[in-house]
Structure formats: C-alpha cells, structure tokens
Ligand binder design. Structure first.
Ligand code: AMP
Length: 396
C-alpha cells in the first residue's frame, strides 16, 4: 500500500511517497516558490534528482504537478494515481481538541481553521494543501497528524502558565509543544535499539534543528517539552529567541517604539543564533567562526549548549532519572561538537560519552561508553514515516 505524505507551507509543498509494506520512501520531493517567479518541483526518485521548472501559481497546481511527477513514465515510481491509497498531512496545531491523528472531515477542517489563530504561519497553508488534494484526488482519504498531539498527555504542572486562569479557559493559553512526530519517532526507535519496552524507559529527546526542542518521554508519554503555546520558547534556535523574561518585550517596545507585531518578528526571525552572533542562523557557520576565534560565535554556541543542559537537568529531575538521551535533526544528527559540549559535566547523572563513537553523522548509533549508565544516542528523525504509519492506522 502506498501512502503520500504532504507537508504544506505557505509557498512550498514537501512530499514523500512511501511503500508501507517496506516502510520506506520510494520518492521524495519539494515544490517551492509557489506563486512566485522561479517556481519548480524537485524530486528524488529512481536514485536520481529530477527538476521540473514551470509556473506554479497555487497549491492545487503544485499538487497536480506532484502527481504527474510520481506517475511520469521516465521519472515516476507508480503507474497510476490509483496506487495512492491514502494521504497523510503534517498538521501543526491540534490544540486540546486533537490528542491523536484524525481522519480529515469537514468538521476537522473547521477545527483547523479555528486553531489557525494559534499557528497562523502553519495551519492555513496546511488547510490549503488538504483542499487542493481533495480536489485532485476526491476519493482518497486524508489524515492529519498533529505536531502537538504527542505532548497532549502532559500533566497540568508542565502545561499551565502562571497567569490568570481565565485566559486558559477563554483562549486556551497553555503549553502545547511541537515536533511531536520527531520526539515520538526517536523515542520509539531508541527503545527498539536498546531492546527494551518503551514503557520501562525514561528518555530525553533533543530535536536540534533550525527549530529546536527537548522532550521528557517517560514510559512512552511526553510529560514535558521546551516549546510552549507557540514554537518560540525554550532553546536558542536559528532565529528564534527561546526563553526570555517576558518583561523584556514591554521594555523593548517602549524603548524602540516598536509595536507587538514588529516585536513578534524580531523574536521569531532576528533573534536566536542569528541575533546573538550577528553572523548566521546556521550552526555550521557558527562552529567554523568559533574555531577561527570569533568570540560572539563562541558565546552563541555556549548559550545554546548551556540551555540544552539546563533542560536535560530539569527533565532528569521531572522523571527521577534518565535512561537515554537522544540527539536528532540537523544539528543533533550531524554536530559532534554540540553533542560533546552538551554531555560535558553530566557525569553526576551517569552520562559518559565515548568521543570516538561520537565521530558520527546522520546514522543511528549509541555514542556513550559501554559502562555509561545513561545511553547517549544519535537517531536520524523520520517524521514522514510517523505520519504515514498514523495514516495507515487511521484508514485501516
Ligand atoms: P533541520 O531544521 O533539522 O533541517 O536542521 C537544519 C540545521 O542543521 C541547519 O541550520 C544547520 O545549522 C544544522 N546543521 C546541519 N549540519 C550540521 C553540521 N554538520 N554541524 C552543525 N550543524 C549542522
């Protein structure tokens, strides 16, 4: 059975076609610059990269192009679109309504529209993508898998903010958390690699990419995570500030005469590693600059690592211990330096990194010593596989 997985952004559609008998992707691609000059589709299929450049004015045209590319006699991987039995969508914000994946019905779309206020950059283009595929493949079921769902069982002490309770009741202001599919995938995989039941494990998962978050996964359930009501708080990210004193916002607004919306953009797009270093939001550039002696790049990396360690300490306390710490996503999978810095001084927890084993990139590996009480692991994430599995589970 083939499942198409879509991740729709405002001007892009990432996609994968998975063969669920083998649980592997048979084609991966990206439609980009929708509604702009230079729009194109790039597809990896049959071990080659193919690029189709053509005007793509709206999402529905992008979806049509994806289906043409998947069924093309030269670059395609399936004979007809009838082979696609279900479509899984990455859906960002499920609020408190969705504690799991859901078959997409008109009521679910209405709920997604309502929840758009909480994820204005993500939910609306995802709804567009759902509408587009419904037009092109009207008889194929669609399933939404929410970034927030894996964190839906956090206890109130982890998700409530200490502001007047009526704001929670009136507006649903609470921690939701994100990157749920990634935390779910790597924690499940960690248990498999350790040959243990996830229900017996305390795992801290570190999703360190352009967006970054940690989660405390106790007995298979996320009991806390570093992102919050939005994906802005927590760690230092590429361009997002992570945790700051909220009073800074009012102070800055007054001093710089900038309104809320402009401040939102400063904290989301001009802060984090980019704002601190003044060099780049890309951690590869910062590692190079730091090695070359740039003090601000070094300070940025120090803050990034210090905050990760802070959350590891918090989550180890929340779970009364930790059995495994997992690194994933762009930085977590590739940066030997970040993993090494984050694990320094955690011997009191029973963490002993093996620096030789840590010389690894993008592959599943246990990188702690054999004697280490806490297993430190690198596990490449696979959010698409989680979406495809959930889709299959829902459509039966
Ligand atoms: P992601 O959002 O998961 O695609 O991760 C993207 C980020 O991974 C980029 O911004 C880079 O900063 C980071 N990255 C990728 N490769 C490396 C590497 N070898 N060393 C450090 N950071 C890396």
């Amino acid at each position: 059975m083939k499942v198409l997985v879509l991740n729709c952004g405002s001007s892009s559609i990432k996609y994968q076609l998975l063969d669920m008998e083998k649980e592997s992707a048979i084609a991966k691609g990206l439609v980009e610059r929708i509604g702009m000059e230079g729009s194109k589709l790039s597809q990896m299929s049959n071990w080659e990269k193919h690029v189709i450049e053509q005007p793509i004015n709206e999402h529905v045209i992008g979806i049509q192009l994806i289906l043409e590319a998947l069924t093309d006699k030269d670059i395609g991987v399936i004979a007809t679109i009838d082979e696609i039995k279900a479509v899984g969508h990455r859906t960002t914000h499920g609020g408190e309504k969705f504690s799991g994946s859901s078959l997409i019905t008109e009521e679910v779309i209405d709920a997604l529209v309502e929840l758009s206020e909480l994820a204005p950059l993500h939910n609306p283009p995802q709804i567009k993508g759902i509408r587009a595929i419904q037009k092109v493949l009207p008889d194929v079921p669609n399933v939404g898998t929410f970034d927030t769902a894996f964190h839906n069982n956090m206890p109130p002490e982890a998700y409530m903010y200490a502001i007047p309770y009526e704001y929670y009741e009136r507006y649903g202001i609470r921690r939701y958390g994100f990157h749920g599919m990634s935390h779910q995938y790597v924690s499940t995989r960690a248990a498999e690699m350790l040959g243990k039941d996830i229900k017996d494990l305390k795992i801290i998962t570190c999703h360190l990419g352009n967006g970054a978050s940690l989660a405390a996964v106790k007995n298979g359930v996320s009991i806390d995570t570093s992102m919050g009501f939005t994906p802005l708080p927590g760690l230092v990210m590429g361009t997002r500030c992570g945790d700051i004193d909220p009073a800074i916002i009012f102070y800055l607004g007054k001093k710089e005469h900038i309104d809320c919306m402009d401040l939102d953009s400063v904290l989301n797009k001009k802060s984090g590693a980019l704002g601190l270093s003044g060099i780049s939001s890309d951690f590869r550039d910062l590692e190079i600059a730091s090695e070359e002696g740039n003090e601000r790049a070094k300070m940025t990396l120090d803050i990034f690592h210090y905050r990760i360690k802070g959350y590891i300490g918090k989550y180890a306390a929340a779970m009364n211990g930790v059995d495994a710490i997992v690194f994933t996503a762009g930085i977590g999978e590739n940066s030997q330096f970040t993993r090494s810095e984050c694990m320094k001084g955690l011997d009191f927890l029973g963490v002993e990194l093996d620096e030789e084993k840590n010389k690894t990139r993008g592959e599943e590996k246990i990188i702690s010593t054999d004697a280490s009480k806490v297993k430190v692991m690198v596990i490449p994430t696979n959010e698409e596989l989680v979406i495809a599995r959930e889709t299959l589970r829902i459509v039966g």
